[in-house]
Design a protein around this ligand. Structure first.
Ligand code: HQG
Length: 179
């Protein structure tokens, strides 16, 4: 990805997940925003972003972080929001085990409180260890926790899977975590 596209991705993650006000855009209740208005607001000197560039960023983003609606008039982030929106995802049965990548300094607290969502809307989990390693590596030497998601599901915890494959749930109590 070029430097410009990487910067655009980062900026889009920020406004589409956390701070639409920064750009003066608004979300509907499901987190969608108008593509036309988004482009209009971004295209203020010295910045420029064409529809073609936006389409390229959405298509090539390494984690498919953004999605268009069918006719590409609306766009949203597929997960990771701190703004209170409803992704309108259907609950889904998870695999027996999911993984979470974190770092040593959080372990004592996670042992006490379980995994909590913090400022985001959900705790983020992945079906493969490799993704969890990447997530943990953002903060240092990764530690991978195995989550007994099948057991959680059997005990009525709700799971969702975002459009880009991330597993989401409200919290993971400590008894379901293998440290
Ligand atoms: C930790 C990125 C102390 C948790 C990634 C994590 C992901 C606790 C941090 C997505 C805790 C929260 C989300 C507790 C959890 N005590 N620490 N009780 N419970 N934590 O960024 O999962 O690139 O909100 O282990 O790839 O790291 O942005 O969550 O270290 O998919 O698309 O608190 O963000 O995606 O950090 O990452 P985050 P995350 P993007």
């Amino acid at each position: 990805m070029s430097k410009k596209n990487k910067n655009i991705s980062k900026f889009l993650s920020y406004v589409l997940r956390h701070n639409p006000d920064k750009l003066g855009i608004t979300f509907d209740s499901n987190g969608w925003t108008s593509v036309a208005i988004l482009l209009e607001k971004i295209n203020v000197e010295p910045y420029s972003l064409s529809m073609e560039e936006l389409e390229y960023v959405v298509a090539t983003n390494n984690k498919k972080r953004f999605a268009f609606n069918e006719d590409k008039t609306m766009i949203r982030a597929s997960q990771g929001h701190s703004v209170n929106i409803d992704l309108a995802l259907q609950p889904k049965e998870p695999p027996s085990y999911l993984y979470h990548g974190t770092v040593e300094k959080f372990i004592t607290s996670i042992q006490e409180k379980g995994l909590i969502k913090g400022t985001r809307q959900h705790v983020h989990l992945s079906a493969d260890k490799e993704t969890a390693i990447n997530v943990g590596s953002r903060r240092g030497k990764p530690i991978i926790l195995t989550i007994r998601s099948g057991e959680m599901y059997a005990q009525h915890h709700t799971f969702y899977q975002s459009e880009n494959g991330v597993w989401l749930t409200e919290e993971v109590p400590t008894e379901f975590i293998e440290f």
